[in-house]
Ligand binder design. Structure first.
Ligand code: ADP
Ligand code: GN1
Ligand code: MG
Length: 354
């Protein structure tokens, strides 16, 4: 269906001026929409229904958060969903594409790579605000957009299946990379056990806290976006996944592996901003083991990229044949660097944990 028709369903009175492809998300198709004589801009998204089989769950979860925090006095916000003329938040077009519309957060921008440490502090404050704001919500009231999304054993079994079927005939080229990840499997599974026995509690978390899912205005964090995966999870998921991109000096798909570096100062700034918001509600086990979260989450993303590479690039958007391989190699290098910095990471968390 044409953009004009889709948008007519949301705003029959507005005249379309421009629709352009926007952002660097790996999952949905995102467009910025501008109407004539209308200052407010919008974000229109075609939801990837191969990834999100039940898009209605996404909307239910988003609305739950939207309603819960609507009276928040914080300067940080989340995108607001617009209903269409059928009073629904999802529009299904005649080609079975599913669309949603939100406000464009005014004068905002996202970044893919950190430019300075102030941004890391701001990102910590932003993502920390989000999880603090959701702390009164019950995780079991949310629908899991993707079952077992950050469950390590699930991601390991996905990788094992990908190795076994070797669909794209790439196994031999990644043998040593697989070995790297396999070596760390058992140690990281210890964290899953603590989650399963509730020593690390379930909370409502964002579940996709990479740096470009946060918006800035004039260097200040102003919005947490991409709520597709909001729902049950543990604090390690959000904190760890954020560090995965925020502490890395280069993009997650940098081709020159020698440029990958761990920015301890950015790690410290993010941790300060994040823990200022949330430390008082963490239990001792969470505080004690938080330093392991960045390696856990980088590992999970590393094996997901690798599995997708072996499967022939069917999940993430890719721009060239070895794109998923580049991503997985960056995660590997970044894990090595964090392993070398583990003691310093522990000390930083110690400093901000009370
Ligand atoms: P994906 O699920 O594909 O990652 P996102 O919801 O993260 O999609 O959107 C992709 C990009 O579009 C974001 O990284 C951001 O740059 C931009 N974006 C998304 N929603 C908004 C919004 N409401 N206001 C401004 N920019 C947005
Ligand atoms: C995807 O949607 P986006 O681009 O913000 C992915 C995350 C990965 C990330 C890696 C639903 O995030 O889990 O960490 O790519 N989202 C989904 O860049 O799979
Ligand atoms: Mg995104």
């Amino acid at each position: 269906m044409e953009f004009k028709e889709i948008l007519y369903n949301f705003f029959p009175d507005k005249q379309l001026k421009e629709v352009k492809s926007f952002g660097n998300g790996h999952i949905n198709s995102t467009f910025k929409v501008i109407f004539k004589n209308n200052q407010q801009e919008y974000i229109l998204q075609k939801i990837n229904t191969t990834v999100f089989n039940n898009p209605d769950d996404l909307i239910q979860n988003h609305i739950k958060v939207q309603e819960y925090i609507k009276n928040s006095t914080s300067e940080i916000e989340i995108p607001q969903l617009y209903a269409n003329s059928d009073n629904k938040f999802l529009l299904k077009d005649n080609e079975s594409n599913v669309w949603r519309l939100t406000n464009f957060i005014e004068n905002s921008y996202s970044i893919d790579v950190l430019e300075n440490e102030k941004q890391a502090f701001e990102a910590g404050a932003g993502f920390g605000w989000f999880v603090k704001s959701c702390s009164g919500l019950n995780p079991t009231d949310f629908r899991e957009a993707i079952k077992d999304f950050h469950r390590l054993s699930f991601r390991i079994s996905q990788l094992d299946k990908a190795i076994e079927s070797d669909k794209a005939k790439r196994f031999t080229t990644v043998k040593s990379l697989i070995d790297f990840y396999k070596k760390r499997e058992n140690s990281l599974m210890e964290i899953e056990k603590l989650i399963d026995n509730h020593e690390i509690p379930l909370r409502v978390v964002h579940n996709d806290t990479k740096i470009n899912n946060l918006l800035f205005r004039n260097e200040k964090a102003v919005a947490v976006i991409d709520l597709d995966t909001v729902g049950p999870g543990v604090i390690f998921y959000d904190y760890g996944d954020a560090i995965r991109t925020i502490g890395n000096t280069v993009a997650e798909d940098e081709k020159n592996i020698d440029l990958v570096d761990f920015n301890l100062k950015a790690f410290e700034s993010f941790s300060k901003g994040y823990l200022q918001q949330i430390a008082s509600s963490l239990n001792d086990k969470e505080k004690e083991l938080l330093y392991r979260a960045p390696i856990l989450m980088t590992y999970i993303m590393g094996i997901r990229f690798l599995a997708d590479y072996l499967n022939g690039d069917i999940y993430y958007k890719t721009k060239y044949p070895d794109h998923n391989l580049s991503r997985s190699l960056v995660q590997k290098r970044y894990i090595e660097l964090m392993e070398q910095n583990e003691d310093q990471m522990k000390l930083v968390i110690q400093k901000f944990k009370d």
